[in-house]
Design a protein around this ligand. Structure first.
Ligand SMILES: [Zn+2]
Length: 403
């Protein structure tokens, strides 16, 4: 249930993430002794307490930031794949997991067996838990239905939850090419044609982006190009999974298609990085997945040097990123990938918003959506360390207190 409207807060430290008031000494645009006020779901004031006549009436909290934005999740799944983890830890790879009926196929089977109502309820509960961690906007992909009717069932459930005001805002993505379903193993081209001609035209009304898994043992650049360019012509934005296991040219394809993000990038060439930089395509980093799989990090220094915008997301999924926690991803981005705490936090706020095509959030500035988190820690470095518990005291979405 939505609680009463929160008119504002004051805090010894507020991070705007606004580049207009950021510099080398103040990279996150911090304001000391700050105040923020909301009106009709938007930020009506952000600045020094002394400049707001009513500020003394607002609750005092240790730290204020924009709501976190999780730009890459597979949060719409049902069932459990806990058994796979033991296989993986015992040295089994995805082939062994698949041979025992696990992996994406297991999630697909669970989705097929669930009612739309069950899928909706599971997603809502999951998103509510994410909200309690400070996440106010969440990208959610389909991709476990695989077959046309089941993909649409999953997208309808996501769309239904998106109308719930007690959940984070949802950005729905049609993950068109995730895996070839068992029924089509012998007719790969037929499956891809069915996705293009049957699922895609009907998915357009339910999604804002299209996505495809471009990698070794997944889909080729040509296969992904076919679907993504059709989707783009129908009005969807593009984001792609690229280079998680091998560089097959996915980054170059993302740049060619004007994708807003290329995600994973554990394997990417210098040419691919240059292409991303030239196209303004963000690198969406998913450190929980590389932690689970024991992989080396993406070439962060090269991405940084090329000026590619860095985004950090949870990749929440039941197999390779079994977490719902964007703060955990931020902690691992710093610990495993060598991002500075500032880079990690920008990657889950301002840069995450931009890579989802959202220009009304990710920063605390007048007129932006009032998506705000009041934290129980005094400094932002404590958001990426220590780990494991929620540090959000109050979460505001669109000006309303929801957690
Ligand atoms: Zn993913």
């Amino acid at each position: 249930m939505t609680l009463a409207m929160a008119p504002g807060f004051r805090s010894p430290r507020l991070l705007t993430f606004d580049p207009r008031i950021s510099d080398a000494d103040n990279p996150l645009g911090a304001i000391e002794n700050a105040c923020i006020a909301f009106e009709r779901g938007r930020i009506s004031f952000v600045g020094n307490q002394l400049d707001h006549p009513g500020s003394q009436l607002f609750p005092l909290v240790p730290l204020l930031t924009p709501g976190l934005i999780d730009a890459h999740t597979h949060a719409c799944w049902v069932g459990s794949r806990h058994d796979e983890y033991a296989i993986r830890m015992a040295g089994g790879d995805y082939r062994e997991i698949a041979a025992r009926g696990g992996g994406i196929v297991a999630s697909s089977r669970a989705l097929a067996a669930a009612t739309e109502d069950e899928i909706e309820r599971t997603l809502l509960h999951r998103l509510r838990r994410m909200l309690s961690l400070g996440v106010t906007t969440c990208e959610v992909k389909s991709g476990y239905g695989l077959l046309p009717e089941l993909e649409l069932k999953q997208l309808r459930a996501i769309a239904k939850v998106a109308t719930n005001r007690d959940a984070p805002s949802i950005v729905p993505t049609f993950l068109a090419l995730h895996s070839v379903p068992l029924e089509h193993q012998l007719d790969r081209d037929g499956y891809i044609s069915a996705v293009r001609d049957n699922t895609l035209p009907r998915a357009v009304a339910l999604a804002q982006f299209v996505d495809a898994y471009v990698d070794a043992n997944a889909f080729t650049v040509d296969e992904a190009r076919g679907i993504a360019s059709n989707a783009r012509a129908l009005g969807l934005g593009v984001r792609l999974h690229v280079g998680q296991f091998a560089d097959v040219g996915g980054a170059e394809l993302a740049a060619e298609l004007g994708a807003l993000s290329a995600d994973h990038l554990e394997h990417v060439s210098a040419r691919g990085i240059d292409a991303l930089a030239a196209a303004g395509t963000a690198a969406c980093l998913l450190p929980v997945a590389s932690f689970t799989l024991g992989q080396n990090p993406p070439p962060i220094a090269a991405l940084r040097e090329a000026g590619v915008a860095l985004v950090v997301a949870s990749d929440a999924n039941p197999g390779t990123a079994p977490t719902e926690s964007l703060p955990l991803a931020l902690a691992l981005a710093v610990r495993l990938y060598g991002l500075t705490p500032e880079e990690a936090l920008i990657g889950a706020t301002r840069n995450a918003a931009r890579c989802l095509g959202l220009h009304d959030r990710g920063m605390l500035q007048i007129g932006a959506r009032a998506d705000v988190v009041a934290w129980d820690v005094a400094h932002e470095y404590a958001l990426v360390q220590p780990w494991g518990t929620s540090k959000a005291r109050t979460v505001i979405v669109g000006g309303a207190r929801v957690a």
